[in-house]
Design a protein around this ligand. Structure first.
Ligand SMILES: Cc1cc2nc3c(=O)[nH]c(=O)nc-3n(C[C@H](O)[C@H](O)[C@H](O)COP(=O)(O)O)c2cc1C
Length: 221
């Protein structure tokens, strides 16, 4: 049995990468292409995604790469519910009605209600991202949430490598207890939002970041 409660035989093993360097026993890093992919990755809003289908092969690769994220205690807390085709309409209706039911009337925004009822219909795939809490709760909830965030980044990067836009949306409905229940998760689990996937119907966006030096303290002694 493993930390995730699954028999060892059900686990997927991965062979060393093709570029495995037998001498150093460490994978070779292709730093230039890795860096380009990391910097070119972009969030592309649902309204800017076309309805061009995403093949099952690519979709599986995106999700399987997600599962190779780091995981404290090997709990593999990520859970994915993939909405495609007509299921997106059910999701859209659910988001809009949930937003309405959980938002105090004075904070309710009709344009947000309308947008939630439309967003899942723009691109071909929406993945609800969940975190399943370990039965023993030995690993902290923070660690489990961070592991799922790492998994989402893997999805983002895999999308970018195929010219696909990804978009992580964490609006109040998508992260609500109602969303958790909608995707069949249990009371101690959490819904961590929706990840939209699709080919952009726009130019690939550019972005910018503040200089890394503004975020670093170098400590030598
Ligand atoms: C945890 C998390 C949640 C996010 N949720 C939202 C969201 O609800 N709405 C939104 O417009 N963008 C959301 N984003 C995407 C950011 O807006 C986006 O990453 C940022 O604008 C930088 O753009 P880039 O991802 O293309 O570099 C989220 C990003 C993260 C990391």
């Amino acid at each position: 049995m493993t930390a995730s409660g699954r028999p060892r035989s059900e686990l997927i093993k991965i062979a060393p990468p093709i570029s495995f360097d037998k001498l150093s026993t460490r994978p070779l890093m292709h730093s230039e292409s890795n860096t380009s992919l990391i910097r070119l990755r972009r969030s592309i809003k649902p309204a800017q995604l076309s309805d061009r289908p995403v093949s099952d092969k690519i979709l599986r690769e995106i999700i399987e790469n997600a599962t190779w994220a780091p995981t404290h205690g090997m709990t593999e807390p990520w859970r994915f519910t993939v909405y495609q085709g007509a299921a997106r309409k059910r999701l859209a209706d659910f988001l809009a009605s949930t937003y309405k039911s959980i938002t105090p009337p004075e904070q309710f925004k009709p344009n947000k209600y309308e947008a939630l009822g439309k967003s899942p219909l723009f691109g071909p795939v929406v993945i609800a991202v969940g975190m399943e809490r370990q039965e023993s709760e030995k690993i902290s909830e923070l660690d489990e949430v961070m592991a799922v965030a790492c998994a989402v980044q893997n999805m983002h990067l895999t999308c970018a490598s195929h010219g696909l836009g990804g978009f992580w949306s964490t609006n109040v409905a998508a992260t609500s207890d109602a969303m958790r229940d909608f995707t069949g998760l249990k009371p101690k689990d959490r819904s961590l939002g929706l990840f939209y996937i699709g080919y952009p119907n726009c130019e690939w966006p550019t972005s910018q970041r503040q200089p890394a030096d503004e975020k670093i303290q170098w400590v030598h002694e």
